[in-house]
Design a protein around this ligand. Structure first.
Ligand code: F0G
Length: 425
């Protein structure tokens, strides 16, 4: 066995077959710890570069291409995959100009099979669920985790149970959960409360939890960094910028970067910038207060994906910030929606939460923390089709509290040739 569960606080270890999400001695969150020295193949850049362009599963997946760093001893036949990952890294001068840097790259995780980065964590999480013999899996979700879980659970022949807040879910995500056959439970409680409820219900009924409190999820999400660095020919940018909600991605990025550095795939660590919405900013406040005395917040933001006030991966995200000399920024809903409109208008598009990467970079440049000459890699986490109401509402100037700066208003005309010609002339 080359992997075990390990508490991030007291280092207590458990076998990976144990169904636990917190350390039994101290309550700390758990990592999947790998012994990379015991994998049969030597882990080098060439090992992963040689698999680029693979036609067959599992190495055709942008997650399983890095199998030795994700889940070394799983049988290939057990893997539940949709060929996730392999997402584009865009270089977009207009967005670079908007944020105020010379070199900006955006990795679009909305190009995953269900339209968000969650697929990278769900392929590893559901694969582990299958290995454990689970028949029912569950999550609390602001929408993307649930869409992804419902898809992968369906593929694996499991029941996927979804705890949703009865308000504040984007329509595209809700539609996916229902379409993929998930058991959708709308609850009159916010995400943070649903997170507590799903863990309690799962314990009572023997259901496997697939939120990012599950460390196997984060192993798959590490591959956003592996793949991005591979696309950059293993040359490290100065900054990685990512939205922060439940802080699973930030945590996974920290672990991925540290492991790549320890193994020798990269020669230095980039700095991590985690960006939260002003109305859902518990990590930002904690960072600004020198990490003394954490206080959860009651979350409210138009970026419903990250409407989270009490993130479960707090300790792991702090660890990632410490490892990378990272920073935390907050951005207003106004800035989020204007940044989204820029990303959309160049023809790429993203959902509101994703635009935190662009909005946050702009703010960090304004504050002099990111320098114009720094190279920045931002992560776009979700697809533009996820939240049509936010997009249409912005361009119709119909969003409370938002004054759209980059409107593309709809035109309309009667069925009248002359009128249409006059309109477009
Ligand atoms: N961006 C999008 C589009 C998301 O859906 C999420 C999280 C985040 C960013 C934040 O990532 O939680 O790893 O810090 N969505 C979760 C969900 C909570 O239920 O879909 P994080």
């Amino acid at each position: 066995m080359s992997s075990s569960l390990q508490c991030i606080d007291c280092a207590q270890q458990y076998p990976v077959e144990r169904v636990i999400y917190a350390c039994e001695s101290c309550g700390g969150t758990l990592d999947v710890a790998h012994d990379f020295t015991s994998t049969p193949a030597k882990i080098t850049r060439a090992l992963f570069d040689d698999r680029l362009g693979a036609l067959d599963s599992p190495y055709s997946s942008g997650v399983w291409r890095f199998k030795e760093l994700v889940y070394p001893d799983i049988d290939d036949g057990q893997i539940v995959t949709r060929g996730e990952g392999n997402t584009n890294l865009y270089q977009l001068p207009r967005i670079a100009a908007y944020v105020g840097v010379d070199a900006l790259l955006l990795k679009h995780e909305g190009e995953n099979p269900t339209g968000s980065f969650k697929d990278r964590g769900m392929t590893s999480g559901v694969t582990h669920a299958r290995r454990l013999g689970m028949e029912r899996v569950a999550c609390a979700s602001t929408g993307n985790t649930s869409a992804s879980m419902a898809s992968y659970a369906a593929l694996a022949g499991m029941q996927g149970i979804i705890f949703l807040q009865n308000t504040a879910i984007a329509l595209g995500k809700l539609a996916q959960g229902i379409a993929y056959g998930g058991t959708c439970l709308q609850i009159n409680a916010d995400f943070d409360r649903n997170m507590t409820l799903v863990r309690q219900v799962a314990e009572r009924l023997g259901i496997y939890v697939l939120n990012s409190i599950n460390p196997f999820r984060l192993e798959g999400q590490k591959t956003i960094m592996f793949e991005a660095l591979q696309q950059l020919r293993w040359q490290v940018p100065d900054w990685i910028v990512v939205p922060g909600g439940n802080l699973g991605n930030s945590s996974a990025f920290g672990k991925a970067l540290l492991e790549m550095h320890q193994i020798g795939l990269i020669d230095r660590l980039p700095r991590l910038a985690i960006v939260q919405a002003e109305g859902a900013n518990p990590l930002y406040r904690h960072f600004a207060g020198g990490f003394r005395d954490f206080q959860p917040v009651k979350a409210e933001t138009i970026a419903t994906a990250i409407k989270i006030g009490d993130p479960v991966n707090l300790r792991k995200a702090i660890r990632a910030l410490e490892w990378t000399g990272g920073v935390v920024e907050q951005v207003s809903d106004q800035l989020i929606m204007d940044a989204k409109a820029i990303v959309d208008s160049v023809g790429i598009g993203c959902e509101p939460a994703s635009a935190c990467s662009v909005a946050g970079t702009r703010k960090l440049v304004e504050r002099g923390i990111i320098k114009r000459g720094d190279s920045v890699l931002g992560v776009l986490t979700g697809h533009v089709l996820k939240d049509p109401q936010a997009t249409i509402g912005y361009h119709a100037d119909d969003l409370p509290g938002i004054a759209p700066k980059l409107r593309n208003p709809m035109l309309s005309a009667e069925d009248d040739l002359e009128q249409i010609v006059a309109l477009l002339a």
